[in-house]
Design a protein around this ligand. Structure first.
Ligand code: PFF
Length: 464
């Protein structure tokens, strides 16, 4: 793999990595978890984890990638003989994520079509989302279109075009989210029981941590959710940042690149929460927040757009098209992780590997879609949530496998190879890695211990 191309300077890497990081995780997943877990407290826990764990893991992965210049499947083994199994585990995660990510991508596509055909008002009706996802073949069709598009990007290699357009679309998406957020702070709603709720009250719920009635077990659930979200959102613990790190040229400043990715990813997630949570509170009250699930964005935003009057349709179309774009850039990176691993392992062409992954994702994607219909079940997860196929796959990847990969990465870098491996990689052009002490402390002690406790809790083996 000596012919690996490098990104020109660090900006190419930052853009590509941010394109992978900023996606449905920020806009769809973060707000619904924050809503379920009581807003402010989730936010606080998330931010603390970000500057400690998130930073330590992201830095380690980028360093492993740049040092070894290999794909995740073989990179761990190059750092330390005998660690190939970790590469294999890391590759399983994106393989599990891809099908359900495509299913949600399909939902976004559907909403885009609905708004583009001027039917946005329908989407704001109670029951619209439920009827859509429980419909038998509609969701499968949209998911398939989304998946075909991603596969085409992988096969045709139009990633460069995506990177270039990210420069325009990402900032636009942020501005749009900001506008919608500000608007959702101004709304108020009189519910049928005569209570009036406002967006500003919702803002307080989102930002101010509420410790009332908090139990230890409740806190652990929040911690678990925040951790899974952090991995998902930063695209760490699944090999992706290793693959990307391997494309960073040796003279680029990797420290500032890592900082920028963290900042950008978190900014979008926080703004997405600001856009969605006050609105859910206003229209659906505290119960609406507590009972929220994967459908949150699709249920609450159309109501916000509808309350904007005729402007709402235009904003709705623009919003869903940009989210679709963000979803494709992330999904392509998920798929690329799987495809490049299949290529490396079985020595087959890109096209063959892409077709294999397409078929696998399609089959499981159909199962995910039918999970709200023919394959409907209700399973109670160890975190108390009721799961269908989608939630189950999400849980297995984010709350079980990612912590395992993350713990192993901490052990490898913290204890076996030694943190100096990563630190020297960051400082090799004379940059100073300002968070050295906290990095060592995190990667050696705090992260593995905490991750282990969370894993035990997530697995449901011990309840506390
Ligand atoms: N980080 C992406 C998001 O927040 O939507 C999702 C993602 C990308 C997950 C790449 C996993 C992955 F490998």
């Amino acid at each position: 793999m000596n012919d690996r191309k490098s990104f020109g300077g660090s900006i190419g890497f930052v853009l590509a990595a941010a394109g992978s990081a900023v996606g449905l995780g920020n806009i769809w997943r973060f707000p619904y978890l924050a809503a379920k877990d009581g807003g402010g407290l989730f936010l606080l826990v998330y931010l603390i984890l970000l500057v400690t764990f998130g930073f330590a893991l992201l830095s380690s992965e980028v360093a492993i990638g740049r040092k070894t210049k290999q794909s995740p499947l073989t990179a761990y083994d190059k750092i330390q003989k005998g660690w190939k199994w970790l590469g294999i585990c890391a590759c399983i995660v994106p393989a599990i994520i891809m099908p359900y990510y495509s299913a949600i991508g399909g939902w976004v596509l559907k909403y885009f079509m609905v708004f583009a055909s001027g039917e946005g008002a329908q989407a704001a009706q109670d029951g619209f989302f439920g009827a859509f996802i429980t419909g038998q073949y509609d969701t499968v069709g949209y998911m398939a279109v989304f998946l075909v598009a991603c596969t085409a990007v992988i096969v045709l290699g139009v990633n460069k075009g995506i990177e270039a357009s990210s420069k325009i679309i990402m900032p636009l998406l942020i501005i749009l989210i900001l506008i919608i957020s500000l608007y959702s702070l101004t709304i108020s709603y009189n519910d049928p029981s005569g209570v009036t709720r406002t967006g500003m009250e919702g803002l307080a719920i989102y930002l101010i941590p509420n410790f009332d009635g908090l139990t230890f077990s409740g806190f652990m659930t929040i911690l678990m959710d925040a951790m899974g979200q952090l991995f998902f959102s930063l695209s760490v613990a699944m090999g992706i940042m290793i693959a990307y790190g391997s494309y960073v040229s040796d003279d680029a400043d990797a420290v500032s690149a890592v900082n920028r990715i963290e900042f950008f990813d978190t900014l979008v997630a926080m703004l997405a929460g600001l856009m969605i949570i006050p609105a859910v509170y206003t229209f659906m009250g505290v119960e609406g927040l507590a009972s929220s699930g994967p459908g949150l964005m699709f249920v609450s935003l159309p109501k916000v757009f509808q309350s904007m009057g005729s402007m709402g349709t235009i904003i709705g179309v623009m919003f869903f098209v940009m989210v679709l774009f963000a979803a494709v850039t992330s999904a392509v990176s998920i798929m690329e992780a799987v495809v490049s691993s299949i290529m490396d392992e079985f020595h087959i062409s890109r096209i063959k590997a892409a077709v294999i992954e397409f078929v696998v994702a399609m089959v499981f994607g159909i199962v995910v879609c039918l999970g709200y219909n023919d394959f409907y079940f209700e399973l109670t997860l160890p975190n108390g949530a009721t799961a269908q196929v989608l939630d189950l796959m999400d849980y297995v990847s984010n709350n079980l496998l990612m912590p395992i990969v993350a713990i192993a990465t901490c052990v490898l870098i913290g204890w076996v190879a030694g943190p100096q491996v990563a630190i020297s990689e960051f400082e090799k052009n004379g940059e100073s890695f300002s968070r050295t002490k906290i990095y060592i402390f995190m990667i050696k002690y705090v992260a593995p211990v905490m991750l282990f406790i969370l894993l035990v809790k997530s697995s449901g083996l011990i309840t506390f």
